[in-house]
Design a protein around this ligand. Structure first.
Ligand SMILES: [Mn+2]
Length: 343
């Protein structure tokens, strides 16, 4: 019996080895840069998109490596942290051993040793902290993309506050500024408001890959109006619930995403740093968003990465915008320690 099973297994392994045909793009689901990156990869290479947030990122990768049909993988707009980077390299090593081609495109702060490890296993690394992920996808695969793709990349640059960067600025110049701003903002509100609707997010990826403008996708402006109304109510809630320490303003958010509230926490606190956090009841963690004012000199992504890891969570990102996942009982320590580190 054992030899029969073994034979069957060998036969199966042989067939799967020769039939790797699938292209997958795993991208960030929470903002326009992630969704646009997925759309541009889809337009250039076809295949399927898998949209994830930071807490779900590594789970998705662990699943993907078991896909015996996988031929080529793109990973977009998903930064790494001290906590995730080693396993990330490990998982990609397994993929490379199975001859899967892997392209990693990102713009978050990264440990240089990770880039070296990835290049060593021949992962194509496209990494520039000065342009958003979609702009880098656009630049790398321009020849495979429609003219409209530059508009999708422009929208992503705007929502990532990177439309003033060398390539981002050139792309924005192609389009009327106000037209680009309203399109990017509408798209963003539709993404943020549909975080619990994965099918809708995939639909958005398809429509954008199909060279649609955000206003051509049904009901996007109506939906954006609902989001704007919710945000205006958020201003009143933040005013009422905001707390401050010497160097930061902070607030626990109960009924909306932390990402939508954090800019109000920053702005209304009058501090250089704003922190908003929301409990993920099913995970026993807090999802934390951190923003810094223009004048802030500290790199928030770097200190949040270290601090979150020390507290048994993970985190990181950009100099003035980053996020973290913090164990439930450590959230107060996180805020206090961050306040200290900002001295
Ligand atoms: Mn991004």
């Amino acid at each position: 019996m054992t030899s029969k099973t073994a034979k069957a297994k060998t036969a199966k392994a042989k067939t799967t080895k020769t039939s790797r045909t699938r292209t997958i793009c795993i991208s960030h689901k929470e903002d326009c840069d992630g969704i646009s990156s997925a759309a541009l990869v889809r337009q250039a290479f076809g295949g399927d998109s898998i949209l994830v947030d930071y807490p779900g990122q590594m789970d998705a990768l662990r699943q993907i490596i078991r896909d015996e049909k996988l031929k080529s993988l793109y990973i977009c707009d998903l930064g790494l942290s001290k906590k995730t980077q080693d396993e990330f390299v490990e998982l990609l090593t397994t993929l490379r051993k199975n001859k899967v081609s892997v392209t990693y495109i990102d713009h978050h702060d990264i440990d240089p040793t990770v880039i070296k490890s990835l290049e060593k296993i021949k992962v194509k690394v496209i990494h520039d902290i000065n342009e958003c992920a979609s702009v880098q996808v656009y630049s790398a695969f321009k020849s495979k993309l429609s003219d409209h793709a530059s508009f999708i990349a422009t929208c992503a640059a705007i929502t990532d506050y990177m439309e003033d960067r060398p390539i981002g600025a050139k792309l924005l110049q192609i389009y009327d500024r106000q037209f680009a701003l309203i399109s990017a903002t509408t798209l963003t509100y539709n993404i943020v408001g549909h975080q619990k609707d994965p099918d809708y997010l995939l639909y958005l990826v398809e429509e954008l890959a199909d060279s649609k403008f955000p206003h051509e996708i049904p009901n996007t402006f109506e939906f954006a109006q609902i989001q704007v109304e919710k945000l205006s109510q958020m201003i009143a809630k933040v005013k009422a619930g905001l707390k401050t320490m010497k160097n930061l303003g902070y607030m626990e958010i109960l009924d909306a995403g932390a990402g939508g509230a954090v800019n109000f926490v920053l702005g209304l606190s009058g501090k250089e740093v704003g922190v908003a956090y929301k409990e993920r009841i099913d995970h026993g963690i807090y999802a934390v968003s951190v923003r810094g004012s223009k004048s802030l000199k500290t790199h928030l992504g770097k200190i949040v990465n270290i601090l979150a890891t020390d507290l048994g969570g993970s985190g990181g990102g950009h100099d003035k915008a980053c996020g973290a996942v913090i164990p439930k009982d450590k959230i107060n320590t996180f805020v206090k320690e961050l306040n200290k580190k900002l001295n």
